[in-house]
Design a protein around this ligand. Structure first.
Ligand code: NAP
Length: 281
């Protein structure tokens, strides 16, 4: 079985570049599909408190026969728990549900600029890392200004930034900023949530040339441009198909053709909320 390549964080730890996401997977289903993901070869799982399936992910880990050293687990701090003390408490609750002693990666789920608690929240993540409870710390759904503020006010640079990112919304600005600061970029909704993107004529033509599927070509594009990528599927054949994207090698021309699908300049492409203004509280 091909093993996912790993990328190295600015703290020296490593993350498997290809992982498996479990948003919108019910807790009762999570155990089965995460086990299927492990069997397909995935060793990196992306969950969050708000997904309501940390316990199911935990059961899959416990019954997998894999040791903590063989897997990489991410979870995320929900918006309502932002703030220093509340973050420390929410972290322990997530760990109880996951059944883990140490977490590989903890993320602030959304910046929540209106709430304006993200710097204190970041300080709690720094403390958890100092205590050895979490190996690496990062954020999700921030802006350049928010990232810069974390760095300026704490001196600690996030290891990774998880953002909406797919060929129609390729996030050049945030990727370049991250690269300039040593922050890896992780793509959420990497398949564009399985919609129009997987029917795209350019993607289909490249897929046909490689004897691959559109989803595999999109995942291979993420890997080629240096993203950490976490496609979700609850369909066993697709879980295997997505993992097998590791064997698809795109040419520089293929990557350029997919880069050209970006719709940002037209003010289009984004599927989810804009972190600069979103406020879930
Ligand atoms: N930080 C954040 O705020 C945030 C936000 C959104 C997502 N995420 C993370 O990113 C992960 C992935 O994003 P996502 O779940 O939004 O979307 P996604 O991975 O882009 O797409 C998932 C959709 O694509 C379908 N699909 C998967 N593989 C396929 C294939 N090979 N062929 C055809 N269709 C396929 C799935 O269907 P089936 O499941 O029915 O097979 C599902 O409907 C999430 O699970 C979560 O871990 C994070």
């Amino acid at each position: 079985m091909t093993l996912s390549p790993t990328l190295t964080f600015n703290d020296g730890n490593q993350i498997p570049q290809l992982g498996y996401g479990v948003w919108q997977v019910e807790d009762g289903v999570a155990e089965k599909v995460v086990r299927q993901a492990f069997e397909a070869g995935f060793r990196h799982i992306d969950t969050a408190k708000i997904y309501g399936n940390e316990a199911g992910v935990g059961r899959a880990i416990a019954s997998s026969g894999l040791s903590p050293e063989q897997i990489f687990i991410t979870t995320k701090l929900w918006n309502a728990d932002q703030g220093y003390e509340s973050t420390l408490a929410a972290f322990e609750e997530s760990m109880d549900r996951l059944g883990l002693e140490t977490l590989d990666l903890y993320l602030i789920h959304w910046m929540q600029p209106k709430q304006d608690k993200y710097v204190d929240t970041w300080k709690a993540l720094i403390e958890l890392q100092k205590r050895g409870r979490v190996k690496s710390i990062g954020v999700s759904n921030f802006t350049v200004e928010g990232l810069q503020r974390l760095i300026d006010e704490t001196g600690v640079v996030p290891a990774i930034h998880q953002i909406e990112l797919h060929p129609y919304f390729s996030q050049r600005g945030l990727r370049d900023f991250g690269a300039s600061k040593g922050i890896l970029t992780q793509a959420w909704s990497p398949l564009g949530q399985g919609g129009e993107l997987l029917e795209d004529a350019t993607v289909a033509a490249i897929a046909a040339k490689h004897g691959a599927t559109p989803a595999q070509v999109v995942i291979a594009w993420h890997l080629a441009i240096g993203n950490v990528v976490i496609p979700k599927s609850v369909t066993e054949s697709r879980i295997r198909e997505n993992y097998a994207a590791l064997d698809v090698s795109l040419s520089a021309d293929d990557v350029e053709a997919i880069n050209a699908l970006d719709r940002t300049a037209k003010g289009e492409g984004r599927i989810g909320p804009d972190p600069a203004v979103s406020d879930f509280a």
